[in-house]
Design a protein around this ligand. Structure first.
Ligand code: SAH
Ligand code: SF4
Ligand code: F3S
Length: 484
């Protein structure tokens, strides 16, 4: 059996274990000084990949003796796992750093670490070095697996520690992980991106595309299932090109077939699908699967062919629409969601009308709409016809209206139906309600006991509220099986 990823894992793991031991001693020392267990808070910005990375950071912090907290102001160690996909994400980090500084003035033992995509940008590092001297540790996306070692260096030094790598060929996925949810988990199946959509910074901050060995993915999922996980989300920037560059190539659809075989696993999700690489084989596997959820996130980004070409997306409006038609013909009950950018250089309101036309034709169940954000270093940032803010805003508002109307119409179609939901958590607003997720990714709130968390129930979707439902449990599914 080829050991591409784990070849380094053994040696690396030993190194990190050693570092965790050393770091534990520093945390124990702090605990004695504080006369309580030190607290840590990991704040995540950005996408599911970052959320998964944060679980790895928290795994190590818990192992060395920190207890987790959601409240930054209570913590003795704060980590910001940053995103830089749009400028707004960066600004939020700078804003919150100011707040952290005020806490650190009152609590000098507070340690602050920054990591994630934003840290892969030189200009960001320069700015932090100049204006945010109180940060203790900075590292990037490629050396996250060195976190334990970096912590030791931080504890042993007073000055700011900065360690950013430009690339890595190592995949280390066997370190401790603290999962946010007991019953569901994300799994990295690939890292980086080779698509270079002209507006997007991700390929520059996450590096080239690398797929994990399928056997390691399957083993990880098996371990998770043994640990109580019933739903997995396979993660990659473009899962449809998974496996192409492995020594023994395999398609994403083949990987899904294998994941489907894992006993005890109930639901499979994945993110994100690039339309240019979505194969007939994948549609076929989804159609015949009892576990793959009836949801496909298929970012369209724009509807005008001229803009799609300038975005380097490699499909036309017509090609996208016929792909959707094929998917819907195979799975009439599938929910399709998307990402859309408004205000890409050169985009006119007539172009936005093309996007709106796509929304009307596809009838998305949900669409995430973004105003174009100029990212330094991407080809689009250098394009001449940057769109004035008012024009972009007008297009955005027109689009949003249609997105909301169509999503509402779609959601209304299921009102009154009984569907299976995975009970996820206590409702944030009303503790007497539980929140469940349907296969199509919609949420439903219903009265039930907390003991049902992590279980499947049949829920009647009594009232549609646009983007979610309220309902009642018809019959817990486990009960249903027990009776049969
Ligand atoms: N790999 C995924 C998306 C990653 S980023 C994919 O290809 O679908 C998530 C979304 O952020 C993108 O789909 C895009 O809609 C949006 N986005 C990326 N760069 C952006 C930019 N410069 N300005 C505005 N939105 C952007
Ligand atoms: Fe960015 Fe395009 Fe890669 Fe998605 S596929 S991460 S939008 S470059
Ligand atoms: Fe943001 Fe990085 Fe994800 S830039 S969207 S956190 S890959």
């Amino acid at each position: 059996m080829r050991k591409y990823a784990s070849k380094n894992d053994g040696k690396e793991l030993a190194l990190q274990e050693e570092a965790m031991k050393k770091a534990s001693a520093y945390v124990a020392d702090l605990a004695r000084k504080l006369d309580r267990q030190p607290l840590c808070c990991v704040t995540t910005f950005g996408c599911q990949m970052n959320a998964r990375d944060s679980e790895k950071l928290l795994g190590i912090l818990s192992r060395i003796g920190y207890a987790p907290t959601d409240k930054e102001e209570e913590a003795d160690f704060v980590v910001y796992n940053t995103c830089t996909v749009r400028d707004h994400a960066n600004q939020r980090v700078y804003g919150r750093l100011g707040f952290l500084n005020s806490i650190k003035r009152r609590k000098p033992h507070l340690k602050i670490a920054l990591c994630g995509c934003m840290m892969q940008e030189e200009t960001v590092i320069e700015k932090i070095k100049k204006s945010y001297r109180f940060v203790d540790l900075i590292f990037g996306t490629h050396n996250l697996f060195k976190f334990a070692e970096l912590l030791v260096t931080m504890f042993e030094n007073q000055e700011m520690i900065i360690d950013i790598w430009q690339e890595t060929d190592q995949i280390v996925e066997t370190l401790p992980v603290s999962r946010k949810y007991a019953y569901k988990s994300g799994i990295n199946i690939m890292f980086g991106c080779n698509n270079f959509c002209s507006y997007c910074i991700v390929p520059y901050v996450r590096g080239r595309e690398r797929s994990r060995d399928p056997r390691e993915i399957l083993q990880e999922i098996e371990r998770l299932v043994t640990d109580g996980v019933v739903e997995v989300m396979l993660l990659g920037q473009n899962v449809n090109s998974y496996g192409r560059n492995l020594d023994e190539p395999i398609t994403f659809a083949q990987l899904l077939r294998e994941v489907e075989q894992i006993e005890g696993l109930k639901r499979i999700r994945f993110m994100t699908s690039h339309p240019k690489d979505l194969s007939d084989e994948l549609i076929d596997v989804m159609k015949h699967s009892g576990k793959i959820c009836r949801h496909l996130h298929l970012p369209v980004q724009a509807g005008s062919d001229r803009i799609l070409q300038a975005m380097n997306r490699h499909y036309t409006k017509k090609e996208y629409l016929s792909l959707v038609e094929k998917i819907k013909a195979a799975m009439p009950d599938i929910a399709i969601t998307t990402d859309i950018i408004v205000g890409f250089p050169g985009e006119t309101l007539a172009d936005v009308e093309e996007t709106i036309d796509v929304v009307r034709q596809v009838q998305y169940d949900n669409a995430f709409t973004f105003l174009y954000s100029r990212r330094t270093g991407t080809p689009a940032a250098a394009m001449e016809e940057q769109v004035p803010a008012e024009t972009a805003r007008e297009g955005f508002d027109r689009l949003l209206k249609v997105v909301q109307e169509t999503a509402k119409e779609r959601a209304a179609l299921l009102q009154g139906k009984v569907m299976e939901a995975l009970v996820e958590e206590v409702n944030e607003q009303d503790a007497s309600l539980m929140t469940g997720r349907l296969s199509n990714n919609m949420l439903v709130h219903f009265p039930a006991s907390q003991e049902l968390i992590g279980q499947f129930v049949d829920v009647s979707l009594d009232t549609c509220h646009g983007f979610y439902y309220t309902g009642h449990v018809v019959e817990p599914c486990s009960l249903k099986e027990a009776v049969q």
